[in-house]
Design a protein around this ligand. Structure first.
Ligand code: GAL
Length: 730
């Protein structure tokens, strides 16, 4: 038997802490009732004190142990407690955790009794210099609270403690090693390992667990490989007879960085990615499943990327599960930012390497472990250990470590470097050997570019938004020109809240190709246009005669995967434009760039149509009016149905009569939600004509969402809320 119980409900929360709060008989009846994931404080959107979330709080709940579980092993799994947690069960101290990003598995067997047990967690969300990433300054906020799920895992004393799958070979067929680790008392038990697809058993083997670790080998498995286009997943199911069953999804693939680039299943794949911070407006990190899933979908399906870097820490299981499902490759790294602490601090960082890898080593999406503190200086002894521990914990994957300095010591398998050039530099990305300082090639990956070199807000003027987008295109073009570079990961996917030392002084780094609500800037359209799954036709303009300096809209890049764009100004001869392969020879889909405009101004500034063609057929059209007027609010929820205790995003756009966003429509809007909780304030301003917010479901039923403003009609949408416990395979 294995039982995983959700412990997200029924918590009480106090924003202050005193030791007596951990006692069984402490009266918490006046405390706020909360559901996890929870943020210790809801923050304003911007312009706040970056110390607001840095305090010690306390969470209490009760755990009912049913009589049938007497004598069983019980562990509580906290998936994310920021930053330092101490667990008390029935007034007794159980364990502590010094990392806000990795699993905290606390064995509570000896502290529980049948019936009601009191649980208290002290949560210190200050930036403790003894815990990575702290000790220096960091360019992001870490927020606070029990911000991910908590579960109780109940097993027999005889249990499966861990399973490690390694694909040893995929050609012509797959060879798989399944290493099963059982508890001491399970030695002698019978193990069955199954590889299944859609409920059907593909292969099955049995073995006796002669010691804690047993290797079970499968050869010549005829499987469909996992890759970015077809992320085929199988189920590995391991049974310990009479006691335990564990199952999880698995994909067969090989992944290798070489001096000629990155190879997935033996085939070179040009990597194109962005960095992701797991932060959201108002609630920081405390976002349930759907928001995590949606981010992965945005990166893969909207931005057509094949790689994400979980900058700068291990991210949610939900996010990574989705990466496995949709074929988004992951570079996962340990928490850290420029600063290296003392020996104890380093020991925690080494532990983080281990915890990250143990949690995620069965994921096909993860192709690289980041075992250096992001952008730190060399530290030979420290990084010798992090690399060794990574290789011991996972002999199949390569390591990398992100540096900012060229010619630094590379103890990792892949030289990973942030290559920040100014937007005007004729060289968007530097040469590999210049950066490594070596006279030979080594596996190479660019892990950041752009970011602070050209911060850009969604409501910036068109020239800046265009330059931002074009520079992303120039960098990608340059990356694609050199096969030795495996590709690059831009800074970054989404704008994020940060400390006073960074970003604009409102506590935001406007470095994303999307804003904090995941609304695309033109740079996002560039990435989207590199995909082939759906047609993209995005002229980078609002078609305003006087928006840009001096007037006009050229140079006008059109981010598209069409092979021809016809530009039709009303009353003029249509003009044909083709992808600019002269300036972007290496891009899969170079933007179409209109560099000169026919002489249109004054009264000849007319409606325009951009018509996209592919293989001689019209596949898309975008229209603009020279005189947009406020027409309506568009209200689009990401989901029409969600489960209880989850979220969905609702996007609000103010559009003109032809359906284009009115970038400078700044009216405040009101947001009223019934049947669910609105995250963020009731009255907000549109930003670049757009706003988005999340609603969080509580009870089953229906959420009714109403959005209105002064001059436009109020719009209403509904989202159905179904009740179902989220099942977890832990
Ligand atoms: C890098 C750093 C990132 C972010 C970025 C801004 O140096 O690794 O975390 O701060 O700069 O461009």
């Amino acid at each position: 038997m294995r039982k995983v119980l959700c412990m997200n409900y029924g918590w009480k929360y106090s924003p202050t802490y005193a030791e007596e709060m951990t006692k069984t008989d402490f009266d918490d009846s006046a405390w706020e009732k909360v559901t996890l994931p929870h943020t210790n404080i809801e923050l304003p959107f911007n312009y706040f004190d970056d110390k607001l979330f840095q305090f010690v709080s306390c969470y209490r709940t009760s755990f009912f142990l049913r009589p049938q579980y007497a004598g069983k092993k019980v562990a509580f799994l906290f998936e994310g407690v920021m930053t330092y947690g101490k667990l008390y069960v029935n007034g007794q101290f159980v364990s502590e955790k010094k990392c806000g990003y990795t699993d905290w598995l606390a064995d509570v067997t000896d502290f529980l009794h049948v019936g009601v047990n009191s649980i208290a967690v002290m949560v210190d969300s200050t930036e403790r210099p003894d815990i990575p990433p702290f000790g220096g300054v960091i360019d992001y906020l870490t927020y606070g609270g029990i911000y991910r799920d908590v579960s109780a895992i109940i097993t027999d004393k005889e249990s499966i403690e861990d399973i490690v799958c390694t694909t040893q070979n995929v050609f012509p067929d797959a060879d798989l090693k399944v290493q099963v680790c059982v508890s001491e008392s399970a030695i002698g038990g019978k193990l069955t390992v199954m590889v299944r697809k859609d409920g059907k058993i593909l292969a099955q083997k049995t073995a006796v667990a002669k010691q804690r670790e047993t290797d079970i080998q499968f050869q010549h498995l005829k499987v469909a490989l996992w890759d970015v286009e077809a992320p085929n997943l199988y189920e590995i199911c391991v049974r310990l007879k009479g006691h335990d069953v564990r199952r999880f999804r698995y994909g067969f693939r090989t992944a290798k960085f070489t001096t000629e680039g990155f190879f997935l299943n033996g085939k070179r794949l040009q990597l194109c990615g962005l960095n992701r911070h797991q932060a959201f407006p108002y609630v920081g990190y405390a976002m349930p499943k759907n928001a995590q899933v949606k981010d992965a979908d945005i990166l893969k399906k909207e931005l057509c990327l094949n790689l994400v870097r979980t900058s700068h820490y291990p991210q949610s299981r939900y996010f990574l599960d989705r990466c496995d499902e949709i074929g988004l490759l992951v570079f996962e790294e340990i928490p850290g930012w420029q600063h290296i602490g003392d020996e104890k601090w380093k020991a925690l960082a080494v532990q983080n390497v281990k915890d990250m890898i143990v949690r995620d080593r069965n994921r096909p999406s993860v192709i690289l472990w980041g075992v250096r503190i992001n952008e730190s200086d060399d530290d030979h002894d420290f990084y010798t250990v992090t690399n060794r521990v990574a290789h011991e914990t996972d002999p199949t994957r390569q390591t990398a470590g992100v540096r900012w300095k060229g010619c630094s010591e590379c103890l990792e398998d892949v030289f990973a470097i942030n290559d920040f050039m100014t937007v005007d530099d004729p060289l968007p990305i530097r040469d590999t050997r210049f950066m490594t300082g070596l006279d030979h090639d080594i596996p190479y990956l660019v892990t950041e570019y752009m970011g602070h070199m050209f911060p850009t807000k969604i409501y910036d003027n068109e020239e800046r938004l265009v330059r931002h987008a074009v520079r992303h295109a120039e960098v990608q073009n340059s990356l694609c020109s050199d096969p030795r570079k495996s590709g690059g990961i831009g800074w970054c996917a989404f704008d994020y809240n940060t400390h006073r030392h960074f970003g604009t002084n409102d506590k935001i780094c406007y470095h994303g190709v999307m804003d904090m609500f995941r609304t695309p800037k033109y740079a996002a359209c560039f990435y989207a246009s590199q995909g082939d799954e759906k047609i993209v036709l995005e002229p980078a303009t609002i078609w305003g005669f006087g928006e840009r300096s001096i007037g006009g809209v050229v140079p006008l890049p059109i981010f598209t995967n069409c092979d021809k764009v016809v530009f039709c100004v009303e009353g003029r001869e249509p003009l044909e434009f083709f992808p600019d392969s002269e300036h972007f020879p290496y891009l899969k889909h170079p933007p179409v760039v209109i560099r000169e405009m026919p002489d249109v101004w004054g009264d000849s500034w007319r409606p325009v149509r951009f018509v996209g063609y592919k293989d001689g057929k019209v596949v898309a059209e975008k229209r603009y009016t020279p005189s947009p007027f406020a027409s309506r609010l568009e209200l689009v929820p990401d989901d029409s149905e969600i489960f209880t205790n989850d979220v969905t995003r609702v996007v609000v756009r103010a559009v003109d009569q032809v359906g284009n966003v009115m970038k400078f429509f700044q009216e405040p809007i009101f947001i009223r939600v019934r049947g669910a909780k609105r995250i963020g304030p009731e009255i907000v301003s549109l930003q670049g004509g757009v706003y988005a917010f999340w609603i969080r479901s509580q009870r089953r039923g229906k959420a009714v969402i109403e959005v209105g403003c002064n001059s436009l009609q109020t719009e209403t949408v509904t989202v159905a809320i179904k009740g179902k416990e989220q099942k977890k395979n832990l």
